[in-house]
Design a protein around this ligand. Sequence first.
Ligand code: NAD
Ligand code: ZN
Length: 274
Amino acid sequence: MLAELSPKLVVEVHHAAKLLAASSRICVLTGAGISAESGIPTFRDKQTGLWEQYRAEDLATCTAFARDPQLVWSWYQWRRQLVHNKMPNSAHYALAQWQQDTEVYKQHLTLITQNVDDLHEQAGSTATHLHGHLWRNRCSQCDVLYNSPLDTQSTGQSQRLNSIASDDDKLIKCTHCGGYMRPDIVWFGEVLPVQAWQTAESAAANCEVFISIGTSSLVYPAAGLAQLARQNGAKIIEINPNPTPNTVVDITLAEKAGIVMPLLLKQIDGLLQR
Ligand code: NAD
Ligand code: ZN
């Protein structure tokens, strides 16, 4: 694996591993890029098929839903179909393993995600979701969490396919107030869930190292967490094959998360087992 990486990256990974092995409080923020190698497109990828003519950023808004709820619901049903059979990749598994090992390592790792998929959980992690959950719905009017056939949190993944394959695109009305059901997702322009945001702010402000993985650092307030960490003295590591506007980065690991994370964890493990 090391042979495939550039000498510069090998040095940077080692540098990052030494920093992390010497730290006890770590905050990790993940974005759509960590799920890209699992086959889930990011918002920066061009949409395909029926949805080619739309930009994801123009559909994931309350204005779009108010204007055309059917269009937005159909798009989410399509995204659910796209995601339902996707599995965690080596980056999700490496993070989950690290979370499990923190007790032995005497570290504290808070995992914050902007993703609405559940691949961190499927890999065995506990994650704080800043932008909600693709597999949950709520009423767009009265906010009641809807226990619909598509709300598969309690019914398990095998149910997803069946429930989505039937009746897919039909809008569903809330039995309490008649409002339309919407995905329980934070759309562009909406406020983040208070508890999740408090967890994220506190973890960022109190960490020694902040790791940003697979995020374009364009979507606020999540993108401000790295700055908050930096203001409080943390070192910042970024894992992303492409450049981002994040200006507070100390170590850039410019490679796919699925390649970097297992390597990084192996090295941290090696350093802490000594
Ligand atoms: P984004 O789409 O804006 O950016 C993705 C970033 O990932 C890019 O900078 C890209 O260079 C990087 N990337 C691509 N492949 C990568 C890889 N293999 N390893 C590491 N990095 C890689 O995503 P964002 O910053 O998370 O913000 C957009 C919003 O989109 C969020 O609110 C999120 O909820 C939503 N979203 C979520 C999912 C998901 O749940 N999987 C998918 C698409 C969009
Ligand atoms: Zn309602």
